[in-house]
Design a protein around this ligand. Structure first.
Ligand code: HSE
Length: 427
């Protein structure tokens, strides 16, 4: 049996999850692939916490050399958050000739070009299955299983916190703050959930998926990012009226004229499979030219699902498969620079909710402006007016984002509406 000692940087939920999975399934992994995986050393700022929680036979300390200078450790688990210390440790591990397995999506979305290039030059791999959608093996599916496909589009729910909040708002009729508080009580949301709710965590994950799918560099500033903080119960109800459900959707779509990249609250029609991804679950719907659509659904966070992905990478690296992949796949070495399409060039169906005075001519005024901007309406709904105000909701046929936004801006500017119009994209 080959011994596979690991060095773990950072002690948090993932490290604990890896220890738990090895305790329950280490023998199974050994019997499946002939590797005795164990954590040999842990480097953390809080060794006492590790010792009190129990880390088996691992040596625990604060000095990175405990791992970096141990020749028996060939694989480093980099489970440190943020991008500064994590980058330093990643570079140090690469310089020491060690492979890196990480769940840190921000690190790779921000510094991936540099880190992948350095790892490639040093002949080591950076494996990151755990960085995107936790327990769902989406990186392997996209990189290997769908390698023969031209990927046309990825539509994905990649943040369990946001999906839990939106599902809870819908199912329990709650407002945003109440649903967030419930997510925090149940441990689905961090005490500071900003990176989840503002869409940046989803954007980091989308950047990694798009990098593989389109063999391209994906600078984060080319991803349009909008969070869910302004979504209220009224939006959730409106979505239902229009036969849809709101999801924080990551979209990467290859068009003839460039690459559309965005993260935004989106109306997902109720008959689309992503509409049925509820609570803290993630879902990734990928469209390949040969395979057609493929949907993966599962748990995108949590100690055990994330540990499942980390250990899959460990086996891949320890068996030498990952290094072959890293040598062969060009996205590790840089990738192309496609044309990135901005918001005005996005091409989608859109939704608008107008709050208007309840009097003759308003609807005609709105449809007049829409038609002047080439906006074709797919469906329209007006609720019962109350206190002299009415709500008119429309869904459009797919059109250029620029045309839609300028029509809405024109409608609001000409005084047809009583409040700024709420707009959402539709899948
Ligand atoms: N906080 C993320 C989520 C998991 O809620 O999905 C880590 O990226």
């Amino acid at each position: 049996m080959e011994s596979c000692p690991l060095g773990l940087f950072g002690w948090g939920t993932v490290g604990g999850g890896v220890i738990d999975v090895l305790a329950r399934d280490g023998a199974l992994i050994a019997s499946r692939c002939g590797l005795a995986v164990h954590i040999k050393a842990i480097v953390t700022r809080t060794p006492s916490r590790v010792r009190s929680q129990g880390a088996g036979t691992a040596v625990v300390g604060t000095d990175p050399r405990l791992i970096l200078e141990d020749p028996a450790i060939r694989i480093v688990l980099l489970m440190v958050g943020g991008t500064i210390e994590a980058r330093d440790l990643c570079l140090a591990a690469i310089a020491s000739g060690k492979h890196v397995v990480t769940a840190n999506k921000a690190l790779l979305a921000v510094h991936g070009d540099e880190l992948f290039a350095k790892a490639f030059a040093r002949g080591v791999g950076i494996a990151f299955e755990a960085a995107v959608a936790g327990g769902i093996p989406v990186i392997a599916a996209l990189r290997d299983g769908l390698v023969a496909n031209r990927i046309e589009a990825i539509y994905a729910i990649l943040n369990g916190t946001c999906n839990f909040i939106l599902s809870t708002m819908e199912h329990e009729g709650l407002g945003y703050q109440e649903a967030l508080a419930q997510a925090q009580r149940l441990g689905y949301a961090e005490a500071d959930p900003t990176m989840d709710t503002d869409g940046s965590d989803t954007a980091h994950k989308l950047a990694l998926l798009a990098r593989i799918a389109f063999n391209a560099r994906i600078p984060l500033n080319r991803v349009r990012i909008e969070g869910i903080q302004r979504i209220g119960f009224l939006d959730i109800r409106s979505a239902h009226t229009m036969g849809a459900r709101i999801k924080l959707l990551a979209v990467a779509r290859q068009r003839a004229d460039g690459l559309e990249l965005r993260v935004a609250p989106t109306l997902v029609p109720l008959d689309h499979p992503l509409a049925d991804v509820h609570k803290n679950y993630n879902g990734i719907y990928m469209v390949g030219d040969a395979a057609g659509p493929t949907l993966l659904v599962g748990q995108g966070a949590g100690p055990l699902p994330t540990a499942s992905a980390v250990l899959a990478d460990v086996v891949d690296v320890a068996s030498g498969r990952y290094q072959q992949t890293a040598r062969r796949f060009t996205f590790f070495q840089g990738g192309s620079e496609p044309t990135y399409l901005g918001e005005s060039e996005e091409h989608t169906g859109s939704y608008a909710r107008f709050v208007v005075p309840d009097r003759a001519g308003i609807l005609a005024g709105i449809t007049q402006v829409l038609s002047e901007h080439g906006v074709s309406v797919l469906s329209i709904h007006q609720g019962e007016p109350a206190a002299g105000r009415a709500m008119i909701e429309i869904v459009t046929h797919p059109l250029r984002g620029g045309a839609f936004l300028s029509a809405i801006e024109h409608i609001d500017r000409t005084g047809l509406t009583m409040e700024p119009t709420v707009c959402l994209r539709r899948l």
